[in-house]
Ligand binder design. Structure first.
Ligand code: OGA
Ligand code: NI
Length: 211
């Protein structure tokens, strides 16, 4: 059962094709948003998150100066509490394939927590050793976010910079290989569910706990 109609998907995907990104507010149905929020809090409180990496050639100090987030890779088979979210990922993948003429065959998603004071410097979501990330999807989980909380996503597009506020239940989709972006320093613990639709399935990040 799909959550959104083809008309809704067409509108979003038109914008993604034209501008290379699209912002969708109130993306998850309320009950699903609640489940995801609860799942996130539980994993965070059990200390299940790991320091994220940027590839094996860098040492920890260098990584720290580039990105400060902690991540927890989610797994469809294991994380049955949020099975509805995986269904929405699959719905998204199917519609992107149909209306964006992509050949996406897999995906990888993680929870991401940026502690107060952390950031992620300007980058592309593709790495030299892996270039199969096609579309980035982020759903923010920051209740009552305010301007002074910071941690906006800054997208660099041609000569312009676009600031996206990480508002609760706001989703952004963008073309992973095209748009450089950064996470500005956050003044609060900043939470999101972040993932990538892949040209070919890859379990590298998942196994190594990288990226
Ligand atoms: C990333 C990333 C942006 C955000 O995880 O690669 O750029 O707004 N995240 O969390
Ligand atoms: Ni990124």
């Amino acid at each position: 059962m799909n959550i959104y109609s083809d008309d809704e998907w067409l509108l979003w995907i038109d914008s993604l094709s034209e501008k290379d990104y699209v912002v969708i507010d109130r993306f998850l149905p309320n009950d699903l948003y609640g489940l995801v929020q609860h799942f996130f809090e539980e994993k965070l409180s059990h200390d299940d998150f790991k320091k994220s990496g940027i590839g094996s050639v860098y040492n920890n100090q260098i990584i720290e100066s580039i990105r400060g987030d902690f991540t927890f890779w989610i797994d469809k088979k294991r994380d049955v509490e949020i099975h509805q979210f995986f269904e929405l990922i699959e719905e998204s993948k199917d519609k992107l394939n149909r209306y964006c003429y992509l050949s996406l065959s897999g995906y990888e998603f993680h929870l991401a927590h940026y502690p107060k004071g952390s950031f992620y410097k300007r980058h592309l979501d593709q790495f030299n050793n892996r270039s199969n990330r096609m579309i980035t999807m982020i759903v923010y989980l920051n209740e009552n976010w305010k301007k002074e909380d910071g941690g906006e996503l800054k997208i660099y597009k041609n000569d312009t910079e676009i600031l996206i506020e990480p508002l609760a239940n706001r989703c952004i989709l963008f073309k992973s290989a095209l748009l450089e972006h950064e996470v500005l320093p956050t003044n609060i613990g900043r939470n999101s569910l972040t993932g990538w639709f892949l040209y070919q399935p890859s379990s590298v990040g998942y196994i190594l706990g990288n990226n």
